[in-house]
Design a binder for this molecule. Structure first.
Ligand code: ATP
Ligand code: MG
Length: 306
């Protein structure tokens, strides 16, 4: 699939930046000159994707909310793991929703930690009793807390493809046993820290996806250092559940695009998923409630007001 199939609009031209890639939500550029020449500018758009469709309707401020949340988390985690953020001084057109980052040699692994069972983990468990080769106790249901957090890696899919859950052994084979062990250890450490922090604020971190890369030694870290990249612990990469509503055995309410998914699947939307067509534009009320949900998550987690 190419961008057009995914309904990704052309990335805006930015002075001094060379466009490299647009994903479903973010646009990547290379910084062309100055102190950070050769490094990356990651711009979070207000785009939202559900069921792998990028919607025509955007959510105002979503890019900025998620960027600020991610920056906040990088700081909370700084003593656990080095991160890729270099600067928030960015072109005016994208201020607040873009970050200059160290360009890393990314590991081809989505590093997922799960403390609770849902989503693709639940599907695998229902089929096999395991998730990514990790055997789990019998009798777990949607939303069950796991005996302890587990590392459930996935392979990074190409644009438009689904990620695929893989075993730890498959990761070790792909990137080497030492790096695999290191990524697992870092991922679980980040999950534990973040879950503790979120829980103090009434939020369960059900699961999260991290991406790491290796430093080439041209910015802040020594060459070879394993560095946390991408965005971290946002509602696009993680499942956050209000702790007081947690009730295993059903879909949990969550601080993400669930409002949009529910609306799209409701009779009122007029969308028939089976046709393969994109969902229709969102009503203003759904946009506003979704924006409110992101802001609520930001405020609860960081303790800052939007
Ligand atoms: P999608 O998320 O739509 O499936 P995607 O993951 O390719 O597609 P984005 O998440 O929008 O697109 O873009 C972020 C991309 O940048 C990812 O491929 C991610 O691995 C990569 N990336 C993130 N941080 C860094 C970094 N510090 N150095 C190099 N690449 C990075
Ligand atoms: Mg991505």
């Amino acid at each position: 699939l190419v961008s057009a199939d995914l309904n990704i609009p052309p990335a805006p031209a930015l002075d001094g930046m060379r466009h490299l890639h647009s994903g479903k939500v973010r646009d990547l550029y290379e910084v062309e000159s100055g102190e950070h020449a050769g490094q990356l500018l990651v711009v979070a758009s207000d785009r939202l994707s559900i069921f792998d469709f990028v919607l025509d309707t955007t959510i105002p401020d979503k890019g900025e909310i998620l960027t600020r949340m991610s920056l906040w988390w990088f700081e909370q985690l700084a003593d656990l793991v080095p991160h890729h953020v270099l600067s928030t001084e960015v072109p005016a057109a994208v201020r607040g929703r873009a970050v200059v980052c160290e360009r890393l040699d990314m590991f081809p692994v989505e590093c997922v930690a799960r403390g609770y069972l849902t989503g693709s983990g639940l599907l695998d468990y229902d089929a096999t009793g395991e998730v990514c080769g990790v055997a789990l106790p019998a009798g777990l249901v949607d939303g069950s807390r796991l005996p302890e957090p587990v590392f459930t890696p996935a392979t990074k899919a190409d644009l438009g493809e689904h990620d695929e859950n893989v075993s730890y052994a498959a990761v070790a084979e792909r990137i080497g046993a030492d790096d695999a062990a290191h990524l697992r250890e870092l991922t679980l450490a980040v999950y534990r820290r973040a879950d503790d922090l979120a829980r103090e604020r009434g939020i369960i971190l059900a699961d999260t996806k991290l991406e790491f890369g290796r430093s080439e030694g041209r910015a802040r870290h020594a060459a070879g250092t394993i560095v946390l990249g991408d965005e971290v612990l946002t509602p696009d990469s993680s499942r956050f559940w209000p702790a007081d509503a947690w009730q295993p055995g059903r879909t949990q309410p969550s601080y993400d695009k669930q409002i949009v998914r529910n609306w799209a699947l409701s009779a009122g939307s007029g969308w028939d998923r089976s046709t393969g067509a994109a969902p229709p534009p969102l009503p203003a009320e759904v946009v506003e409630r979704t924006r409110g949900r992101y802001i609520e998550a930001y405020e609860l987690l960081t303790g800052e007001s939007w």
